[in-house]
Design a binder for this molecule. Structure first.
Ligand SMILES: [Zn+2]
Length: 263
């Protein structure tokens, strides 16, 4: 039974990767550094993955008692592994069930604040970082469901958020009509960094049907595959645009000048 589930899991993963990331696969690794020619420059962003909460701060709790922090971490780890298959190595802020607070923090409040300050500093320390923070939603009324994407710090984040929202809806939940929103002022991390930032609320742990999906290994893998495919495609397109801009003008306007004229 375990063996069958594993095989099925990998089949889903492989199919989704092929469907969602095909354009990026054909263009090669998105974070590649171009080193040839006089106009060579760094073309990729560095993705920073943040699994929300952790340690004593479990975040929201699902209807069946699963802490949000555990689901966030599972999705981030799957996303990290998937991107690794394409040669992309994100920075992962936490890879286990811990809080990232300083040892001097004592109360839960101090630990939470220190944890968020350290996450913000870690994002700012990464050149060309784009933050992707993973969370799960919850609401007293169990009717509400559907993934929603929030963004902060500029148009680039808005465009990526729109791509992710559209991909999540079309691939996993066509009835979801939620639209992207700027992140609210009370989200510490997103409001204390300068880098483009995306926060994905993958669904509602307070909705019975969605909670069951969010707690399942297969759906977590599907979410990770959609996020990986969207990121790879976006970065692949960005890289392509930069390469087109880097072509010397005389090569475009006067191709004949590249060849010697025989006397
Ligand atoms: Zn959360």
């Amino acid at each position: 039974m375990i063996r069958f589930r594993r095989i099925w899991g990998w089949a889903v993963l492989a199919a989704l990767c092929v469907l969602l990331a095909l354009p990026a696969v054909w263009r090669g690794p998105s974070s590649a550094v171009s080193t040839s020619g006089p106009t060579a420059r760094r073309t990729g962003h560095t993705l920073v993955l943040d699994a929300g909460h952790g340690g004593e701060d479990g975040g929201a709790v699902s209807l069946t008692g699963v802490p949000e922090s555990r689901i966030n971490l599972a999705i981030v780890q799957k996303l990290d592994q998937l991107l690794g298959l394409y040669g992309v190595a994100p920075v992962v802020l936490r890879n286990e069930d811990i809080s990232l607070h300083d040892s001097s923090a004592e109360t839960l409040r101090e630990k939470k604040r220190s944890d968020l300050q350290n996450r913000a500093a870690a994002v700012e320390a990464v050149e060309d970082a784009v933050l992707l923070s993973i969370h799960q939603n919850s609401y007293p009324d169990g009717r509400y469901h559907g993934a929603q994407v929030f963004y902060a710090n500029g148009e680039e984040a808005l465009l990526l958020a729109q791509r992710i929202q559209a991909a999540l809806c079309s691939a996993l939940d066509p009835d979801n009509t939620r639209a992207v929103k700027p992140v609210s002022e009370d989200v510490y991390l997103m409001n204390h960094i300068s880098r483009p930032a995306i926060l994905v609320e993958c669904g509602f742990l307070s909705n019975q049907e969605e909670e069951a999906k969010l707690c399942s290994d297969a759906y977590q893998t599907q979410l990770a595959a959609v996020l990986a495919g969207t990121w790879l495609t976006a970065e692949g397109e960005r890289e392509e645009m930069q390469q087109e801009e880097a072509v010397p003008q005389n090569e475009v306007e006067n191709p004949v000048l590249l060849y010697r004229v025989r006397q």
